[in-house]
Write a protein that binds this ligand. Structure first.
Ligand code: AMP
Ligand code: ZN
Length: 112
């Protein structure tokens, strides 16, 4: 499968890992929109949150936990945002489920 995030998780495209374990891989966004902008992905290919069935609930929870762990490691004590763009209207551009962890500046609401 020609999926850029699968290749990143497999080490075929070099990135500096922010965190990794047997289920998840995290790395810096190539086009950061905040002082801290980390992408957290499952090693397993899942196209989007819309494609994640009930059997993926534990994995999704794990990814959220990883986001919290990285936020603590990055010192984001004043807060941060975790975003999962999903599908065309959700603004998803890479079709491998990913969490954006963003922090280090004041976020606004609603996002564009
Ligand atoms: P989304 O628009 O929610 O699908 O987010 C995809 C994100 O992946 C964007 O913020 C891109 O900047 C980022 N991105 C795309 N290719 C790479 C790459 N090779 N390494 C790191 N980040 C990437
Ligand atoms: Zn993939």
């Amino acid at each position: 499968m020609d999926c850029v995030f699968c290749k990143i998780a497999a080490g075929e495209i070099p990135t500096s890992a922010v965190y990794q374990d047997e289920l998840a891989y995290a790395f810096g966004d190539i086009s950061p929109k905040a002082p801290v902008h980390v992408l957290i992905i499952p090693r397993e290919h899942i196209g989007s949150l819309a494609e994640a069935g009930a059997d993926k609930r534990a994995l999704l929870g794990h990814l959220m936990g990883v986001a919290g762990k990285i936020a603590r490691q990055k010192g984001l004590a004043k807060g941060y945002r975790v975003v999962v763009n999903t599908g065309e209207e959700g603004g998803q551009s890479v079709e491998h489920l990913h969490l954006h962890l963003m922090g280090g500046r004041q976020m606004t609401w609603p996002p564009g």
